[in-house]
Design a protein around this ligand. Sequence first.
Ligand SMILES: Nc1nc2c(ncn2[C@@H]2O[C@H](COP(=O)(O)OP(=O)(O)OP(=O)(O)O)[C@@H](O)[C@H]2O)c(=O)[nH]1
Length: 546
Amino acid sequence: MSTSRANRFRLPLANTLRVIHLCFIFVFVLTAILFWQQGQLFSQGYRTGQLSHLESVIARLESRAQYKVDNLRYLKRIFIEAMDDPIFPGSPVAPWEVNENAIQRPLWIGELPLPDTVTEDEAFQGKESQEVRNQLNGLRKIQGLFPLATGEHELLADLYYISREGEFIASLSQEVNEQLINSYNPHEKQGSFVLASPLLNPRRAPFWTRQNIANSDETVINAAIPVDFGGEWVGLLGIAFDNQSVQKFLASSLPEGTQSAYRLYDEQLKPLTKAVGAENNVQLNVEQKKTILKMLIDKPRGTFRSGSVFITFGKLRGTHSVLVSTQTLSQGLHEDFGRFSLLLVTMFLIFVLSLLGAHRIICRLVGNMGNLQREMQHHALHDDLTGVLNRRGFFEKTSQVSPNYVDYTLVLLDLDHFKKVNDMDGHQVGDNVLIHATGRIQRAIRKQDILGRIGGEEFCIYLPNSDLKTGIMVATRIKWELESSALILEDGSQLPVTASLGVASYREHPEYMLEQIQSLADMRMYRAKARGRNQVCWLGEDKFQA
Ligand SMILES: Nc1nc2c(ncn2[C@@H]2O[C@H](COP(=O)(O)OP(=O)(O)OP(=O)(O)O)[C@@H](O)[C@H]2O)c(=O)[nH]1
């Protein structure tokens, strides 16, 4: 194999591992991007799913709230008609007093700001104003319709009336009355009444307010509508939603098998209900509340992840409330999205492990191939018996260095009467002589000198940066090394080993190629043989050393 062919063979192999690493990195990055993209799609789908679940709950809550407001409108109309047709206590029941149970219940009247509540009859006493009597009569007549707004099965709410003129509160529930009276304060009344004033509410439309419950952190959502009679604004009909009932209604509105906890908050994110749906211990912290309030400025719905909790929120139109759903990581994993994500992550891990395994196997195979190739190359260029370069290895190596070491000398060495050794003592001993001779030659040369066994019992030594004189000196030293130490055979006898050596230098014929200098040394070696062996021969025929 020529030098260039050997290099062509060696270089790609050295780069193979780098190419393999790059290929694997490329495949890994490409697949990671694909998995990441898939994960993004999943995540998008998850967000959309969470939002649509929340939307459906909000839609149900909103439609129920709207239904209540419509009832409020209807009651207001009936109430105005009833005020227009005053009756006295004890008169027959009006046709719209349809609910027998409600009629049996007293209409509780509370005087503001007095905390006491009294029955209707007591309230009549001392109320001289015709307007107040009209209102009380009207209320008495529509009392049977109060449950219409109150509701009997779901989303219970309490209907109440606050009179502007007489400053009294009326409702079917003494408890609600007391609650309203207790929570009443002139400023709050001012607040809701301002919203009911013709100036701010010229269309006399219903509106939503929040009412703080006295001696408690809780607030109640209210829907109210202004009531006008005879061109005068006389009062306010309202519905106070029962928080527990809202909570129940919320629970009944959730998607089946939901893995999220839903909770209704007021606009400042103060809880209105307890959390319903899937249980988790998530309580919105200050940061999360801030994020929701900030996002609500831009749009009424939103989702975001906070640590391992996924939060989805949406504003309920008109009702000054916000529905928030929270889902922990473990809850999310129980949903379809979670299961798919887990599958995706598992697939990715399996893929990465397989890729790493494949990478390791291929690298090992390539490494083994490299070792094999190096071994083969070593065998191709070295002599198995002595371990030094063989003929091909010697000329390959010297041709590599000779452009740099032009000033060289060659020593050609042939063991004397080697055939005899083989014939008399056997090939094994012959081999031992070769190994022994190699060791002796190596003792006599420098590290940078190149030794090769170029024939059966023929060695060549390349001495870089050496002139003929140095070559003769080295050759003489080799001769001496060989003749001064015989090989000790198994039976203890000594087998002398000598050699004939020929020396030729580049300086003698700078125009010669290496092979030609070697032929010259070869001829001189034969001359040494011809002149009796165990000697060094160089330059002229007459010059030799015994
Ligand atoms: N044991 C052994 N013998 C080898 C090896 N290579 C070549 N030979 C033998 O070496 C002998 C060389 O013999 P010749 O070329 O006649 O040379 P010689 O006997 O040394 O005689 P001169 O060179 O004239 O001194 C041959 O018999 C080869 O078979 C080897 O690797 N091991």
